[in-house]
Design a binder for this molecule. Structure first.
Ligand code: ZN
Length: 379
């Protein structure tokens, strides 16, 4: 298959230069919906997830019936939103590499994926090559907590499995990603003037600090990480703080390890608060703790005989290309697709230094990914 580098460059640049911050993806969504209509989509459908996500548009799906009845319908997913700073992107291309102008991200995450899908589809249509029934699923608000994917109803799809184009190294197929749970520990103490009535206060920050100093943080084992990332509390240097909030997260590829780590965190905060005592017997109240650990995203674990793994193997062999099937450390829309019964692998697309103003991507890597998508759709 011959792809058209100039056309891929045009679409990638155009997409990057359309503003699409999280919750403000409608301009990009309209552009793409019109484009997929023009390319002959059998259905373009926007859902009503904006009521849940707070975005100015929903997720949308573009469906192409294809002409291969011997291949299971599948989907490809990219997110529409871009991490900040992302307004007024100006794409620069130096030799084979795309950059931003240095004051914004480039937005290859995840517009490179979208541009690759567009180029592949156009090339297939122009060459009149039979391809599998396919749906393109574009989500909002990925960067601020996977909100679009979380609100997506998978029953609108005819696809049985799919791929998210949303990772770095090309030729990597991500088949596992951790579950993540947030942690928030709120400790209520007792305020008192630190200089005039020091014996009448309960220092919430000190109780939190005692707990945090005993928590296992960082890489806990080969499958589990934990972090405390935010502490807020106190009102002035001369007031014993009556409130502090500690926020963090635990991630693991193993749910039993994840839940035992969450228990350990909760018990450590509880012990710190329960073991407080007033050496002078002057205070009639006690400190209290409110601890919560909400799920941020579910576990992703694909079996080696699942449809996306088998089809990627097949497509890789067709290209004589060895693919690496690996685990990732972060969550993405694919975690929610998998949890809702749609086996979904994540494909690396070559983007580098993502979530920074030095984000970049090689045109040659995008073309290489287009070959893989082409192979998945047609082999
Ligand atoms: Zn992304």
């Amino acid at each position: 298959m011959q792809f058209n580098s100039d056309r891929l460059t045009y679409y990638f640049t155009t997409l990057c230069e359309i503003d699409s911050p999280s919750k403000g993806e409608s301009k990009l969504s309209s552009y793409l919906q019109d484009l997929f209509h023009d390319l002959g989509a059998d259905l373009v459908f926007e859902d009503n997830s904006s009521f849940v996500t707070g975005s100015d548009c929903g997720n949308f799906v573009a469906r192409f019936a294809g002409s291969r009845s011997d291949v299971e319908p599948l989907f490809f997913n990219c997110h529409l939103d871009v991490i900040k700073p992302c307004l007024g992107v100006k794409v620069r291309k130096i030799n084979d590499i795309f950059y931003s102008s240095g004051d914004t991200v480039l937005g290859a995450d995840d517009k490179a994926g979208i541009a690759i899908l567009i180029e592949t589809l156009i090339a297939i249509i122009l060459e009149n090559i039979p391809f599998a029934p396919v749906e393109f699923v574009f989500t909002t608000c990925e960067e601020i907590g996977l909100l679009g994917a979380k609100a997506f109803d998978p029953s609108v799809l005819v696809a049985k499995y799919g791929y998210s184009l949303d990772s770095t190294s090309i030729d990597n197929v991500i088949i596992g990603a951790p579950a993540s749970y947030g942690i928030s520990a709120e400790i209520h103490g007792l305020a008192s003037h630190a200089g005039l009535r020091p014996l009448y206060g309960i220092n919430a920050i000190q109780l939190a600090a005692h707990a945090v100093s005993r928590l296992p943080l960082g890489q806990i084992d080969g499958e589990t990480t934990a972090n405390i990332g935010l502490i807020t509390g106190g009102t002035a240097t001369n007031i014993i703080p009556d409130y502090v909030r500690v926020d963090g997260e635990v991630r693991s590829h193993n749910l039993s390890k994840l839940f035992s780590t969450l228990d350990l965190f909760k018990n450590t905060f509880q012990d710190s608060v329960a073991n407080w005592h007033d050496p002078h017997n002057l205070i009639t109240t006690r400190p209290s703790l409110a601890f919560a650990s909400p799920e941020q995203y579910p576990l992703m674990k694909l079996a080696s005989d699942s449809l996306p793994v088998l089809r990627a193997h097949q497509a890789g062999s067709f290209l004589s290309r060895p693919l690496q099937f690996i685990q990732a450390g972060g969550g993405s829309d694919a975690n929610f697709f998998n949890a809702s019964g749609l086996p979904t692998a994540i494909l690396g697309i070559g983007m580098e230094n993502i979530h920074s103003v030095s984000e970049n991507i090689k045109l040659s890597d995008m073309l290489r990914t287009a070959e893989l998508i082409y192979s998945i759709l047609t082999c």
